[in-house]
Design a protein around this ligand. Structure first.
Ligand SMILES: Nc1ncnc2c1ncn2[C@@H]1O[C@H](COP(=O)(O)OP(=O)(O)OP(=O)(O)O)[C@@H](O)[C@H]1O
Length: 565
C-alpha cells in the first residue's frame, strides 16, 4: 500500500501564503474604502508624511498610501492573468511539442530556443508598442512574451516523462495523444510546474510594472504600481517618499510569490528543508589501530541518522564490525535494512544529508569519520555500486573514466593504464575490450557497464573493496566469473571485501563471515557452514533462508539451488 506523503507546511510557505492573503485582502477591501483619498484632487499638494497621510501626498494632493492600495488590485489582476496566459499556453505548447512527430518536434524546439534567447521584456515591449498601450495590452504582451520560457521548461520535463517506462507503455498501448497528455504527462509534471509558476508570477509582476513604468502599460486615469513609480519620477528630488509605497508593494508581492515557490519546493522534497543539520566531518584524517588490533576495517558503534519529514531519524543503530585483511565479509538483509548506509559510511561516502557518528570507523589508518587524503582513499578503497546506469559520466568515454585512478593516483602512463584496463575488462568477460574503452557508457548494455565497473574496481588492487549487490544485473554464468575474480583478488592481493547482497546463496559461497542486518541492526553473525547446515538462531535469518527458492526435480524433492556458486 502506498504510503501517503505528509505535506508539512514549511515556515517559508506559511509566510508566503500569509503575505499573499494580505495582498489579496488589500486588493479586495481597499478600493471602496480609500477611493476618495486616492483619487480626489485637493490643495494638500506634496505634503510630507504625517499621521493622516503616512507617505505624504502627491502633486495633485492625493494620498500616496491610498493610491498604492488601489493600484495593488489592478497590478495583481494583470499579473495573475498574464502569468496564467504564460503558464497555461506554455504547458500546452511544451506538451504538444513532445507529442508531435519527431521532425516537427525538432523544428519547434529550435524555434522555442531562439524565442527564449530573446529577453522577455524586450519581446513584451515590442508587442506593447505594436498594440495600443493600455492595461490589456500589457497583460497580452507579458502573457505572450512569457510563453516560450515556460514552454521550454515544460518541454524539458515532458522529455523526461516521455522516456519513462509507464509513458512508453501507454503510448505502445495506443492511448490517444490528448489522454496521454492529460492523464500521464501533465500530472507527472504538476509539482515542478506549480513551483515554477510562482517564479513566473514574480517575474511577470516586475516586468508588467516595468511596462507601465516606461509608459507602455496602464494609461491615465487608471494606475498600477508601475505607473505610480513613473509618477514618482517627477518628484524624485522633492518628494522621494512617493516612490517608496509602490516599490515596497512590488517587493512584498514578489517575495510572497518566491516564499510560496520555495515552500512548495521544500514540501515537495522533504530532504531539502530539514530542521536539523548533519554533523561536520571530524578534523582528524587518521585513526591509529588500538594495540593488538590487526583488522583492516574496524567499526564501533556506527550510527547513521537521516531526515524524514524534516525530523531526524536514526537509520543505523550502533553497529560494530571488523574485516581482516584478505577476509570477505558478507552483509545480507531485507531492502532498507541499512546495508548500503553502513557500507557507504565505512567508505566515507554517506550522503551529505546524513549524520554519521561512531566511536571508531577506520580503514587501515584512515579515519572515515574525517576527510582522509583523496589519493590514499582512491588507492585503498574501491566501490562497486548497485546501479551501473548512473556510475559512469554519460559525457566521457569509458577509457578515460576507467583509467583515472591508475593515471592520477597510481602513476601509470596513459598507454600503460589502457593496457592494464583492457586486460582487466577481458578478464571479467567484456567482449572487444579495446573498442569498449573508446565508447561512451550509453553505448554499452547494463551488464557490460556493470562488468566494466567491476574491472575498474578490481584493477587498482585496493585494500578494501566494497561491493554493493555487484552481480544483480548479471546473468548467472557471468556472476560465477565475477565471484571468481573477487576470490582471486583476495587470494593474490589480500584485498578485504565487504560484499552486500540480498542473495544468501551467493553470500554463503563467497564469504568467510556473514552479518545479517535488519532494521539498522546486525541481528546475527554466521559462518558459511552454519548457513549451509541452517544452524541459525534468529527467526529473521531463518525466514531469509526459507525464502531461497527450492529446485524440485521430477520424482525428487528438496535441494537448495546451487547454480550461483
Ligand atoms: N539520505 C537519506 N536520508 C534519509 N533516509 C535515508 C537516506 N538514505 C537512505 N535512507 C533510508 O535508510 C534506510 C536504509 O537504507 P539502505 O540504502 O542502507 O538500505 P539497504 O539495506 O541497502 O536496502 P537495498 O537492499 O534496497 O539497497 C532506508 O529506509 C532508506 O530509505
Amino acid at each position: 500500500m502506498a504510503e501517503t506523503r505528509r505535506r508539512a507546511l514549511r515556515p517559508g510557505l506559511v509566510i508566503g501564503l500569509v503575505l499573499f492573503a494580505l495582498t489579496i485582502a488589500v486588493a479586495i477591501i481597499a478600493p471602496p474604502l480609500v477611493a476618495d483619498a486616492a483619487n480626489t484632487l485637493s490643495d494638500d499638494r506634496s505634503l510630507p508624511p504625517s499621521g493622516d497621510a503616512w507617505l505624504g501626498t502627491n502633486a495633485f494632493g492625493q494620498d500616496n498610501v491610498s493610491r498604492v492600495l488601489i493600484a495593488t488590485r489592478l497590478t495583481l489582476i494583470m499579473t495573475v492573468i498574464a502569468a496564467a496566459i504564460s503558464v497555461v499556453l506554455g504547458v500546452v505548447v511544451g506538451v504538444s511539442i513532445w507529442l508531435a512527430p519527431p521532425r516537427v518536434r525538432e523544428w519547434c524546439l529550435r524555434i522555442l530556443e531562439s524565442a527564449v534567447a530573446y529577453p522577455t521584456l524586450i519581446t513584451a515591449l515590442i508587442i506593447a508598442a505594436v498594440l495600443l498601450p493600455g492595461a490589456s495590452t500589457a497583460v497580452i504582451a507579458m502573457g505572450l512574451a512569457g510563453i516560450p520560457g515556460f514552454a521550454r521548461v515544460t518541454a524539458n520535463l515532458a522529455q523526461q516523462v516521455s522516456n519513462s517506462d509507464y509513458f512508453v507503455t501507454a503510448r505502445f498501448l495506443g492511448v490517444p495523444a490528448r489522454r496521454l497528455a492529460t492523464r500521464h504527462m501533465i500530472p507527472a509534471m504538476a509539482e515542478p510546474l506549480l513551483i515554477l509558476s510562482t517564479t513566473v508570477f514574480a517575474t511577470t509582476l516586475v516586468e508588467i510594472s516595468a511596462l507601465s513604468f516606461v509608459g507602455l502599460g496602464v494609461q491615465v486615469p487608471q494606475y498600477d504600481l508601475g505607473s505610480l513609480l513613473n509618477d514618482s519620477l517627477d518628484a524624485l528630488y522633492t518628494q522621494p517618499i512617493e516612490a517608496v509605497g509602490p516599490a515596497i508593494m512590488i517587493v512584498v508581492m514578489s517575495v510572497a510569490a518566491m516564499f510560496v515557490g520555495d515552500g512548495l519546493a521544500a514540501s515537495a522534497n522533504p530532504r531539502a528543508a530539514r530542521s536539523w543539520t548533519p554533523r561536520r566531518p571530524e578534523s582528524n584524517p587518521t585513526a591509529q589501530p588500538a594495540e593488538g588490533d590487526t583488522a583492516l576495517v574496524r567499526v564501533e558503534d556506527l550510527r547513521v541518522t537521516g531526515a524524514r519529514d524534516g525530523e531526524p531519524v536514526e537509520l543505523v543503530h550502533g553497529i560494530d564490525l571488523h574485516i581482516d585483511r584478505g577476509e570477505i565479509l558478507g552483509i545480507v538483509g531485507e531492502s532498507g535494512s541499512g546495508k548500503s548506509l553502513t557500507a557507504m559510511s565505512i567508505a566515507g561516502l554517506a550522503a551529505d544529508d546524513l549524520d554519521v557518528r561512531g566511536r571508531t570507523v577506520r580503514v587501515g589508518t584512515m579515519n572515515m569519520l574525517g576527510t582522509p587524503a583523496p589519493a590514499e582513499l582512491a588507492q585503498s578503497i574501491s566501490i562497486i555500486y548497485q546501479d551501473p546506469g548512473t556510475t559512469f559520466s554519460p559525457s566521457l568515454r569509458m577509457g578515460g573514466q576507467l583509467t583515472e585512478v591508475l593515471r592520477t593516483h597510481m602513476g601509470r602512463s596513459r598507454a600503460e593504464a589502457r593496457r592494464i584496463m583492457v586486460e582487466a575488462l577481458a578478464s571479467v568477460g567484456v567482449t572487444m575490450p579495446a573498442k569498449r574503452m573508446r565508447q561512451y557508457p550509453y553505448e554499452l548494455s547494463g551488464g557490460m557497464r556493470q562488468r566494466a565497473m567491476i574491472a575498474g574496481a578490481v584493477v587498482t588492487t585496493p585494500d578494501l573493496m566494497i561491493a554493493d549487490e555487484p552481480t544483480t544485473a548479471l546473468d548467472v554464468t557471468v556472476q560465477v566469473d565475477v565471484l571468481r575474480q573477487f576470490r582471486r583478488l583476495r587470494d593474490e592481493h589480500s584485498t578485504a571485501i565487504l560484499f552486500i547482497s540480498h542473495d544468501i546463496g551467493v553470500v554463503q559461497e563467497l564469504c568467510d563471515r556473514v552479518l545479517v542486518m535488519r532494521g539498522g541492526e546486525v541481528v546475527e553473525e554466521l559462518r558459511p557452514e552454519q548457513i549451509r547446515s541452517r544452524e541459525v538462531t534468529h527467526p529473521y535469518t531463518r525466514t531469509l533462508l526459507d525464502a531461497v527458492p527450492v529446485l524440485t526435480v521430477a520424482g525428487q524433492s528438496g535441494g537448495r539451488r546451487e547454480e550461483e556458486g
